[in-house]
Unconditional design. Sequence first.
Length: 189
Amino acid sequence: MEMLEKVERLRERADVSYEEAREALEQTGGDLLDAMVLLEQQGKVRGSGKSAYSTEYDAQKELLRVKDKVEDQNRRSAGVGHTIGRLVRSFFGFIRSTVFIVTRREDTIFTMPTWVFALLLFLFWELLAPVMVIALFFDVRYSFDGNEGAETANTILEKAGDFAEDVRSEFRKEDPEGDDGSTDPAGGR
């Protein structure tokens, strides 16, 4: 191999100039491996073979935590099936760990496990749903207890109860002019 080829190869592997590569080859009698070792000892070789390994997370700033990476990939690749599966699991977790409560004017009428309520609602929805909506107009309130996820459901149920109360109060409200629908002899109605 010609000296120019050796200099080129040495430059490819080490972070050195032509002059430094030539000097290293001259000092080692043209031996490419010895020249590489010499340059490595001088600290002029890329990836000088000195490696440090650590199992501490803080010491490895360029590495990601595996759990974070997996969760990120799951969020990005979550297709319709994954989304539906996650929703079904959270629904069943919710109904297993909560209790459905029916109250009227701060008095508890009855409580039941949410899974029983869900089963009844599934089987008798045509009867139960209208009865529950009508009951809202008679100061009946619904809530769940027992799970952090119950807060969201309770907020929705509270808004439904407040809406029914607003409708009921609007229905009962008297006309501001005191008109009760009768004809006024002077007004010509």
